[in-house]
Design a protein around this ligand. Structure first.
Ligand code: NAD
Length: 400
């Protein structure tokens, strides 16, 4: 395989001036916040995991056991029973198990460097603000919050407290998606002209928080359509200039009284690239994209899944009608969490920063507006000219 095989995050951790405090500026006043980054070599960042739901129990906690730079230091939940059972499974002492109302006590626990917020979307802002007050770094699940104002408050709070904020966009820590981005950058399929992507799954639980607008913020777009939006921004390394959308909900289905069932939207990117996206809670599970260039195409099946990505490339001029590219899979959650830990250890800005999460919310708000007005919405005056973010993670691309 011609791709470089740079080891993932191979840079050894070398703290700058190990005995000296590092000065970080606060935006709230002229006061300078001081954070001591005296992490010993081979240190692991300790996380308090907030919310013991499906994602935490099935993906995040098992993935954390594989992490090289991260460890589980505490658990936070609304249920004492869940805390005790999960604590026993992962060897977390009762003294590091907190109910939501006890959350402020984490400020006293020196084993906790960061908080991973894995709660319903409406709770992301509250726990980010509480984490910032406790002076703990924040890794927050997607979508960042239920609207763009909340995202801005989260960014401001973390900046004022001099703690880092990263949004858990795991796709940007997954090797197949990195391979595709590299192919696009190298014009391997010529000039990209058109992309088609969708993320859909059958879902029907009207009682669940995902179907209550105040808790979820939105429907299929907020929950799964966001992968299409965020991944396209990542692959093209640019921001959409315009959106045009349609949305639909079956009026007879009790699940879709508050949130939408499906959204179909088009985005115009720079260089006249058109991206067609769709998301639905009422189709058989399908998570893929197709990228068409004037010199070939790439199709990534299961692009947004936890595993099982399948990449097919066609380049007629190289007589390559269809070739499957196989890359060794990795645990996306492990990569993502360790990347954030490296940002804390090295005092660098995360790539999927709060500003990146805010931008998704602003674009999703424009998508809903377009669907409502039936008009295309220009984004050029709505989005910031540049986004604050750190270096792209280096992901190992190893041929299988
Ligand atoms: P879940 O419903 O399985 O778990 C949510 C947890 O929050 C539960 O333990 C629940 O008890 C608790 N909770 C606290 N306050 C609540 C309230 N007011 N109402 C309902 N539950 C409340 O959800 P999940 O699938 O684990 O999703 C959690 C977060 O993770 C969401 O933001 C979701 O978008 C995100 N997520 C991300 C991925 C990914 O691949 N990155 C996948 C799934 C979910």
């Amino acid at each position: 395989m011609k791709k470089n095989t740079t080891p993932h995050q191979s840079q050894a951790f070398i703290p700058a001036g190990i005995d000296e405090p590092i000065l970080l500026e606060s935006n709230s006043s002229s006061k300078v916040e001081t954070m001591h980054l005296n992490y010993p070599e081979n240190a692991k960042i300790g996380y308090a995991i907030v919310g013991l739901g499906h994602l935490t129990l099935n993906q995040i906690l098992p993935a954390m056991k594989e992490c090289k730079k991260s460890k589980i230091s505490a658990l936070v939940s609304g249920s004492l029973e869940k805390l005790r059972k999960t604590g026993e499974m992962y060897d977390i002492p009762e003294s590091a198990q907190y109910l939501y109302e006890e959350f402020e006590q984490i400020s006293e626990n020196k084993n906790i460097d960061a908080v991973f917020i894995v709660l319903p979307n409406s709770k992301h802002k509250e726990f980010t603000l509480r984490s910032a007050i406790a002076k703990k770094h924040v890794l927050c699940e997607k979508p960042m919050a239920i609207n763009s104002q909340e995202c801005q408050e989260m960014i401001d709070a973390c900046k004022a407290a001099a703690v880092k904020l990263m949004i858990a966009y795991r796709i940007q820590y997954e090797p197949y998606n990195h391979y595709v981005r590299q192919e696009i950058e190298e014009h391997s399929i010529g000039t990209v002209k058109f992309i088609q992507t969708h993320n859909g799954q059958p879902s029907h639980q009207p009682e669940h928080w995902r179907y209550i607008k105040d808790l979820a913020g939105g429907g299929a777009l907020f929950d799964i359509g966001i992968y299409c939006l965020n991944t396209m921004r990542f692959l093209l390394d640019s921001e959409p200039l315009e959106v045009y959308a349609h949305q639909y909900s079956n009026p007879l289905d009790p699940s879709f009284q508050e949130i939408e069932e499906m959204v179909n939207w088009q985005m115009k990117f720079p260089d006249d690239i058109i991206v067609q996206c769709s998301t639905s809670y009422q189709i058989h599970t399908s998570r893929k994209y197709e990228i068409y260039g004037d010199g070939g195409w790439m199709i990534l099946d299961d692009a947004y899944s936890y595993e099982g990505q399948k990449l097919i490339i066609s380049k007629p001029e190289e007589n390559l009608l269809k070739k499957e590219i196989k890359i060794s899979p990795v645990n996306q959650f492990t990569q993502e969490i360790d990347y954030f830990s490296e940002c804390i250890l090295n005092d660098t800005e995360p790539y999927t920063s709060g500003e990146v999460g805010l931008q998704d919310l602003m674009i999703m708000e424009a998508i809903y507006e377009s669907a409502q007005t039936n008009e295309p919405i220009s984004l050029s005056h709505r989005l910031p000219k540049s986004i604050k973010r750190g270096n792209k993670p280096e992901i190992k691309l190893q041929e299988k």
